[in-house]
Write a protein of this length. Structure first.
Length: 251
């Protein structure tokens, strides 16, 4: 049985002081999640990672929003895996659509990052999904299949059970447009089928999240889908009240 996972992506929001306050306020909520067999966490900016890690419950997942695949070198503005590990972090979001769009995050680059993360016993949260033009052209599964196959091909099977995949239709992120539960289930099941062909039985252990304008009001419907194991949430994870509402509506 795959445990439910609720992960908030804060993107470029919150000062370190605000992140610290959120972390302190979240302690009872994280305990409630633990008691109900739900994993819960957030992905702050680099500058807020330490503030959240030091002030949140030890059971709260604290994820970085990106990482470089090299351990060090002349990569101005980048952060390495050893730097994250020094802070006690072991979760990283990879390939979010905003990074694919604005920062040339390719499937091949995502593969290198996940390979490095798994080699360091860390947890990649690999984002896949199609644009509005691709969705309207009926190319959703073609695009997602390529993202999954290129991103995961050749990775260490013995470590892949810790991988998390997040399906985020780009046309639904921050737009208020929601993919139907039928679309979410159909694509998430398709992702699992592609992973099963590529990886074998370990595909049944990998958690698949849905992301895209997820709110307290609709999260229960999404997580009722058999192949949706949780949610990657943007704006609704920024305030403790809505973050709590997300959890309450999946219990």
């Amino acid at each position: 049985m795959r445990r439910k996972l609720l992960l908030g992506n804060w993107k470029m929001n919150k000062l370190a002081s605000e992140a610290k306050e959120f972390a302190l306020q979240s302690k009872a909520l994280i305990q409630k999640a633990k008691e109900n067999n739900v994993d819960m966490g957030v992905a702050p900016t680099y500058l807020s990672l330490q503030a959240v890690k030091e002030n949140a419950s030890k059971d709260m997942i604290v994820a970085a929003q990106n990482v470089h695949f090299k351990e060090s070198g002349a990569f101005t503005g980048e952060v390495s895996i050893p730097m994250l590990k020094e802070l006690g972090l072991d979760w990283v979001i990879i390939g979010h659509s905003e990074r694919r769009t604005y920062d040339n995050e390719t499937n091949e680059k995502c593969h290198l990052k996940m390979e490095a993360l798994l080699a360091n016993d860390m947890v990649p949260v690999y984002c896949v999904g199609e644009t509005l033009a691709q969705f309207e052209a009926g190319q959703t599964k073609e695009v997602v299949k390529e993202q999954v196959e290129v991103g995961l091909r050749g990775l260490d099977l013995s470590k892949l059970s810790r991988l998390v995949v997040a399906y985020e239709p780009v046309w639904s992120i921050g737009t208020g447009k929601n993919a139907s539960t039928e679309i979410a289930q159909d694509v998430c099941k398709f992702i699992r089928d592609v992973m099963r062909e590529l990886l074998g039985d370990v595909a049944d252990e990998i958690r698949i999240l849905y992301g895209g304008s997820v709110k307290p009001e609709n999260i229960r419907a999404y997580l009722s889908c058999p192949d949706v194991d949780g949610a990657l949430v943007g704006g609704a994870s920024l305030k403790i009240e809505s973050y709590e509402g997300l959890l309450n509506n999946i219990l």
